[in-house]
Design a protein around this ligand. Structure first.
Ligand code: SAM
Length: 330
């Protein structure tokens, strides 16, 4: 089958599939303080079929996300089934999960045994009180720390810890996270805050930029940039003594849309071609109407042709995405 490529010549090799938009945290940069999800979850068999069709079209990396994916009963079995899929060249897929880590301590080993290779844990402070202020849920910090350590112990590697920096909440955590990366032997990645939150508090001033992160971290220890693939979203650094890796994902101040290789499926089975899409495409609706795998593939190919060239964050013509992050799957 022809490789999946958009009209700008970007190969689409990376799938992010959300398996629920429920979440047990209410992070200030993501959700409102209210409970609840918007969309019903689909059966895992449907996510598996969508994934299988996309893998047949050239997807090599599958990231399972949400909402909070570990809340969903059956996720371990889903990982096991995804791990059985083979890309066109017969190679095993690169399978990862993005999680808030709350339930990871008990699930790291079964997930690893099921075929998960890597995990990214979101953690926005290395201080329990600050952590609770950001997640808007009491407690949790110890669970997440235990989850990170369990993931490391069972060999879910490379282990990345993602921290979204939001001015007024956690920009003073930059140096503590530098220390954390060195002490825990994990890759800490700072992410610039994007206008994808439910509370609609984003403004350029709330973004802690790559330049500011580098400047603040240099007050602790010098960082040395690591050469990276052009398609990598993160700029990578290690400290001058070679201990501790830091990544910075800077979609606002240094966009990387030109190398975007991603397609997303939401928990209700819609395709999104960009985080900032103002529409989505009803793949699951087509499945419900009895489409064959070939018809699904043809639909996907047409949708990918409409993938946006780039986002317009901070520009006068910026139009907010039609969904917030928790309902897309980050
Ligand atoms: N619940 C899981 C978690 O916490 O990692 C997966 C879903 S969460 C929506 C996925 C990622 O999106 C997390 O790393 C989170 O920090 C990031 N994220 C959410 N809202 C964001 C925003 N407004 N700007 C930048 N990153 C955001």
């Amino acid at each position: 089958m022809l490789a999946l490529t958009d009209k700008f010549g970007r190969p689409i090799t990376d799938l992010r599939i959300s398996i629920t938009d429920h979440c047990n945290y209410k992070c200030v940069y993501c959700r409102t303080g209210n409970d609840g999800a918007l969309y019903a979850d689909l059966p895992f068999a449907d996510y598996l079929r969508m994934t299988r069709v996309l893998v047949g079209m050239g997807i090599k990396k599958v990231r399972i996300t949400g909402g909070e994916p570990l809340l969903r009963k059956g996720v371990v079995e889903f990982v096991r089934n995804v791990a059985k899929l083979r890309s066109g060249d017969g190679e095993p897929l690169d399978i990862a999960i993005t999680t808030n880590g709350h339930l990871l301590a008990e699930m790291a080993e079964p997930l690893k045994d099921a075929g998960l290779q890597r995990v990214t844990v979101s953690m926005d402070a290395v201080d329990p009180d600050r952590f609770a202020r950001i997640t808007r849920v009491p407690g949790g910090y110890d669970n997440v720390l235990a989850g990170i350590r369990a993931a490391r112990r069972v060999g879910l590697w490379p282990l990345k810890v993602n921290c979204v920096l939001m001015r007024g909440f956690n920009e003073d955590q930059i140096i503590p996270f530098g220390m954390f990366a060195r002490e825990e032997g994990v890759i800490v990645r700072f992410i610039e805050f994007m206008p994808l939150e439910e509370d609609r508090v984003w403004s350029p001033k709330t973004v802690v930029t790559l330049d500011e992160i580098l400047h603040r971290m240099s007050e602790y220890r010098p960082l040395v940039e690591i050469p990276h693939e052009r398609s990598e979203t993160a700029r990578r650094y290690h400290f001058d003594d070679g201990v501790g890796e830091i990544g910075i994902i800077a979609p606002v101040s240094h966009p990387f849309c030109g190398h975007c290789s991603r397609i997303r499926i939401t928990s209700d089975g819609k395709i999104r071609t960009c985080l900032f899409s103002v529409w989505d495409h009803d793949l699951h609706g087509l499945m419900r109407r009895g489409a064959s795998d070939d018809e699904l593939a043809e639909f996907i190919r047409g949708v990918v042709q409409r993938k946006e060239e780039r986002h317009h964050i901070g520009e006068p013509d910026f139009v907010p995405a039609s969904r917030t992050m928790v309902h897309i799957g980050g």
